[in-house]
Design a protein around this ligand. Structure first.
Ligand SMILES: Nc1ncnc2c1ncn2[C@@H]1O[C@H](COP(=O)(O)OP(=O)(O)OP(=O)(O)O)[C@@H](O)[C@H]1O
Ligand SMILES: [Mg+2]
Length: 127
């Protein structure tokens, strides 16, 4: 399991938002969270981002798991596509992909020799 949520609870003052929440998410799973306005969806997602903010229970991740998050609402979406907006939550991965694409082009167009060895070593460092 990449993400394990075990019996968590969250309150704001005397207002209990949720309790006894447990679930797991495995690699490759796609999960939607559905609930009426004010039911605590954003609060739950924020707890996943900051596990130390839960009042009870425990949230654990596999160490190599990376979390991306975009704010609710599309006021800051700008002129790009929805896909580009979502990619904004993981800029480091986007930059890494761009670098890999540049290195692949370079590797395909560089003549055998020291320079090519250097490019291939750089490619290997990023895989
Ligand atoms: N920082 C806070 N302090 C106090 N109460 C809060 C705080 N954040 C959220 N709440 C309250 O917690 C409840 C859950 O809010 P939350 O934003 O998590 O709901 P939501 O399901 O994401 O709602 P929506 O569908 O409108 O986005 C609401 O009653 C909200 O007013
Ligand atoms: Mg919300």
């Amino acid at each position: 399991m990449q993400l394990v949520v075990d019996n968590i609870a969250k309150s704001f003052g005397i207002h209990s938002i949720f309790k006894n929440v447990s679930f797991t998410i495995s690699k490759g799973e796609k999960v939607g969270l559905v609930g009426v306005n004010g039911s605590g969806k954003t609060t739950l997602l924020r707890c996943l981002l900051q596990p130390e903010t839960v009042d009870e229970g425990n949230i654990s991740y596999e160490s190599d798991l990376r979390l991306g998050y975009v704010q609710q609402g599309f006021a800051d979406m700008g002129a790009g596509s929805l896909w580009e907006f979502m990619l904004g939550s993981c800029q480091d991965i986007v930059k890494l992909r761009e670098k890999m694409a540049r290195l692949e082009t370079l590797a395909a167009t560089t003549k055998p020799g020291a320079k090519l060895e250097e490019v291939l070593a750089d490619c290997k460092n990023h895989t």
